[in-house]
Ligand binder design. Structure first.
Ligand code: IPE
Ligand code: IPE
Ligand code: MG
Length: 256
């Protein structure tokens, strides 16, 4: 069988909305936080599968700005789990050449999460294999507002002209500035929405939805998503002929 790493049209950047932990736990009569714990095992599996497939960038929607509104014990449980997982899995990520980054409102995170995360960002900064980004206390609209405030301040200080604000500058001002746009956004757990994930960056991303709940997701599910992506034609507003470099009848007649 053809391995994924030799597959044509592999996405450069895969971003995943890891949804369905709570329902997975509820279906088993377990507290929701045990669904999140089961979800960390999937993170381990999928990071390794994505790395082995040869994908360069993986971004995981780990905790959204809106998730702060969940019941207190779930928020606390989730944050504990994130800190714990970064600690226990950090060494393996380092060994496997994974570079870790974080996007989101990091100032809002408690020290027990920030401290291990900051350590891993620093320790992994020379790794070149897979670029893993955790979206933590992340909201796409928040990120855009934050960028707008920064640019407005530069204009007010006379350092920037309003007409100098273009797509490239907005992009460089977002917390995702170091990342290429996502090529493929996968959402597990059955919902068909983006839930404030990569609002600006997802403009031309391919979307893939699966009903599989995140704790049940396997490398085989990832494989299916990557193959589905490989079969798509991304046109970015152009025609299929332009994308395939086939001269269209009009351009032939123009040339005549
Ligand atoms: C996703 O699982 C994880 C986070 C949002 C942190 P959920 O907790 O949203 O699971 P469901 O959607 O309730 O099943
Ligand atoms: C999105 O899932 C956030 C993460 C996966 C971290 P949610 O479960 O919070 O999204 P909604 O509330 O169903 O839109
Ligand atoms: Mg959910």
């Amino acid at each position: 069988m053809r391995t994924l790493s030799t597959m044509k049209n592999l996405p450069n950047h895969v971003a995943i909305i890891m949804d369905g932990n709570g329902r997975w736990a509820e279906q088993r009569g377990l507290p929701r936080v045990l669904g999140h714990r089961a979800g960390t095992r999937t993170v381990r599996r999928i990071v390794e599968a994505v790395r082995q497939a040869g994908v360069r960038y993986l971004t995981l929607y780990t905790f959204s700005v809106a998730n702060w509104e969940r019941p207190r014990e779930e928020v606390t449980g989730l944050l504990d789990l994130i800190g714990e997982t970064v600690r226990t899995d950090g060494a393996d990520l380092l060994k496997n050449g994974v570079r870790v980054r974080v996007v989101g409102e990091l100032e809002d995170l408690p020290q027990r999460v920030r401290q291990p995360v900051d350590w891993l960002i620093q320790a992994s900064r020379h790794n070149r294999d897979l670029n893993l980004t955790l979206a933590l206390s992340y909201g796409g609209r928040h990120d855009l507002c934050h960028a707008a405030r920064q640019l407005a301040a530069q204009v007010a200080a006379g350092q920037l002209l309003p007409e100098e604000i273009d797509e490239a500058l907005v992009r460089r001002t977002l917390t995702t500035a170091d990342l290429p746009d996502p090529d493929l956004i996968i959402r597990t757990g059955g919902e068909r929405r983006l839930s404030d994930f990569l609002v600006f960056e997802s403009a031309y991303a391919e979307l893939y939805f699966t009903d599989v709940l995140w704790p049940d997701v396997t490398g085989a599910d990832l494989d299916v998503a990557l193959r589905d992506y490989a079969g798509r034609e991304r046109r970015f507003g152009k025609t299929s002929e332009q994308i395939q470099h086939r001269p269209s009848p009009t351009s032939l007649s123009e040339a005549a």
